[in-house]
Design a binder for this molecule. Structure first.
Ligand SMILES: NC(=O)c1ccc[n+]([C@@H]2O[C@H](COP(=O)([O-])OP(=O)(O)OC[C@H]3O[C@@H](n4cnc5c(N)ncnc54)[C@H](OP(=O)(O)O)[C@@H]3O)[C@@H](O)[C@H]2O)c1
Length: 229
């Protein structure tokens, strides 16, 4: 049975709590208020505390690619993923690149760019044919709209088998509806923020059962790990 434990202070010890569920997976890592909101004042940052930040880094350490919607990339100022030296070294000792890639899903192609570490730009072929893709590595998935199953297959074909989705709610909702999510790691922050959207955007045709894998705590936050289905 899962028990409520403290988040270990040692970053490498925390990794053991988030071992990949399988060699190939899609997992989500997000934070919400205690009343279920994904944002406060338009951002997830006010919801995050030390425990959430530690889990955020652990989840990034344990993936090949961080996948986000373009709305999140724009709102939260996403840049190429950086990890502390200790976690970079752990990755290299475990046969991984120093940091995961960043992949951004977009219908518009309006995503942050980088000449040195271009993010994967996951968009429909029709869009990639027309927008400027400089500073990105285009990844075509679907013709008129993004086919997320095809996108995940294409990531895997590039060796990016362990996918961490950091949101936002629109993208997570689409991934859940496409039955692509294996695991969700949600931080419940000890704050009430009033009405705002939840973590999974849009409606679901059926309730999705979750199985609790563990519950950690840190400064009043709950760090919950659930297997999907
Ligand atoms: N609580 C948390 O953990 C957390 C995590 C992440 C974000 N957030 C917050 O959530 C808010 C953003 O929410 P959101 O739901 O709009 O975020 P989002 O999913 O990141 O962004 C929506 C945009 O992403 C692209 N997109 C998402 N799903 C797509 C799909 N299936 N196919 C093609 N494009 C897709 C589209 O980009 P284009 O517009 O470029 O076409 C769409 O307009 C922000 O305030 C952010 O701070 C919270």
């Amino acid at each position: 049975m899962p028990v409520l434990e403290q988040v270990p202070a040692e970053p490498l010890a925390l990794l053991a709590h988030y071992r990949p569920p399988s060699p190939v997976f899609v997992r989500a890592g997000m934070v919400m208020s205690a009343d279920g909101s994904a944002t406060s004042a338009g951002s997830s940052r006010p919801l995050s505390g030390p425990g959430d930040r530690a889990v955020f880094r652990a989840l990034r350490t344990l993936c090949d690619v961080v996948l986000v919607g373009a709305g999140t990339a724009r709102t939260e100022g996403y840049e190429p993923v950086r990890l502390p030296a200790e976690l970079r070294e752990w990755r290299e000792q475990n046969g991984l690149s120093p940091a995961p890639r960043l992949a951004v899903v977009s219908r518009s192609g309006d995503v942050p760019r980088s000449d040195t570490e271009p993010p994967l730009l996951i968009s429909p072929a029709r869009v990639l044919d027309t927008v400027d893709t400089d500073g990105t590595e285009p990844l075509s998935a679907g013709h008129d709209s993004v086919d997320l199953a095809a996108a995940v297959r294409e990531l895997r074909a590039r060796g990016l088998r362990q996918v961490l989705c950091e949101g936002g709610p629109a993208l997570l909702g689409d991934l859940v509806r496409a039955d692509l999510v294996d695991e969700v790691c949600f931080t419940v922050s000890p704050l009430l923020v009033g009405s705002a959207g939840g973590l999974v955007g849009g409606t679901l045709n059926a309730r999705v059962p979750l199985r609790l894998a563990h519950a950690l705590s840190c400064d009043g936050s709950l760090l919950l790990r659930y297997a999907v289905g």
